[in-house]
Design a protein around this ligand. Structure first.
Ligand SMILES: NC(=O)c1ccc[n+]([C@@H]2O[C@H](COP(=O)([O-])OP(=O)(O)OC[C@H]3O[C@@H](n4cnc5c(N)ncnc54)[C@H](O)[C@@H]3O)[C@@H](O)[C@H]2O)c1
Length: 273
């Protein structure tokens, strides 16, 4: 049928998505806010279901994620999660099987960010950061991979502070986010025979509760200012970052594993001036 064959006022039926996500199930840590919440909605638009982990101490409401997913026509269950605990992480990934009968995708979007100059970097501050931003990713991937019986996809959120730049007062965060990259490369090789891919995104500056936190990150004014040196002219949205993650977990990325996708509006390739 050509466009001329259509009656005036009628539309051709939209072709079905062929990215392989329809009917898949994703487990997303950090799903009560920011990139994790946007990702659950992005999966709903692609016909994939999700379980989202919410951290009990977080002021953001995972119920709002569930509502946003349902408005987008999808299904989502919010499950309590502290990625510092292997047992709770196992309960979280198990909830995907209990609720939806399968698990195909795990995305580590949980994370903390703390401003801590080296002189104030106590062992406790260092260990807390590693427990969430690095070991928390290992716990999620170990638990999810054990429940994937017909291949799958893992994605971790690193940072330009882990993959490209140094960031004063944030050495522990940068070290954890660098560690995530080595973790993903090696798991990509180890899990490839089981059909499980493992990649990382490296977000630049994405407007979210984390980056809007003036105490530990840039805050609203800092983000606005930073937008001026980003080639795209602004910081990114959580939806833009979520779509890049969704791509990496889809069949559109079937032959991509062990890679790092920088989502930064051109920030890291800009000639310094
Ligand atoms: N926003 C950015 O500019 C940016 C840049 C680089 C990397 N990242 C990374 O992207 C990821 C998502 O961050 P975001 O920007 O959406 O911020 P966010 O603060 O909205 O999301 C982080 C989530 O992690 C959860 N969390 C914290 N501690 C946890 C724990 N112990 N167990 C389980 N969940 C826990 C929080 O409750 C929150 O929902 C983080 O790993 C962050 O470091 C963000």
């Amino acid at each position: 049928m050509t466009a001329q064959d259509l009656e005036p006022g009628t539309q051709a039926t939209a072709p079905a998505r062929d990215d392989g996500l329809a009917g898949k199930v994703a487990a997303i840590s950090g799903g009560a806010s920011g990139i994790g919440r946007a990702l659950a909605v992005a999966y709903a638009r692609a016909g994939a279901d999700s379980v989202v982990g919410y951290y009990p101490g977080d002021p953001h409401d995972a119920g709002e994620t569930v509502e946003a997913v349902e408005r987008a026509g999808g299904r989502c269950r919010a499950v309590e999660l502290d990625v510092r605990s292997a047992e709770r992480t196992d309960r979280f990934t198990e909830a995907a099987l209990e609720t939806f009968g399968r698990l195909d995708i795990a995305v580590a979007a949980a994370g903390i960010l703390r401003r801590r100059p080296l002189g104030e970097m106590t062992d406790e501050a260092w260990d807390d950061m590693m427990a969430v931003d690095l070991s928390g990713v290992v716990r999620l991937f170990r638990s999810a991979a054990a429940r994937m019986d017909s291949g799958g996809a893992l994605v971790a959120t690193s940072s330009i502070a882990g993959g490209v730049y140094g960031w004063e007062d944030h050495a522990h965060y940068a070290a954890a986010k660098s560690g995530v990259l080595g973790l993903c490369r090696s798991l990509a090789v180890e899990l490839a025979p089981r059909g499980i891919r493992c990649n990382a995104v490296i977000p630049g500056l994405i407007e979210s509760p984390q980056s809007l936190d003036e105490q530990n990150s840039l805050g609203p004014d800092g983000l606005r200012e930073a937008g001026r040196i980003i080639p795209r002219g602004r910081v990114g949205t959580v939806d833009e970052c979520a779509r890049a993650i969704r791509f990496l977990t889809s069949e559109d990325a079937a032959y991509i594993t062990g890679q790092q996708l920088i989502v930064d509006g051109g920030l890291t390739v800009r000639w310094p001036s």
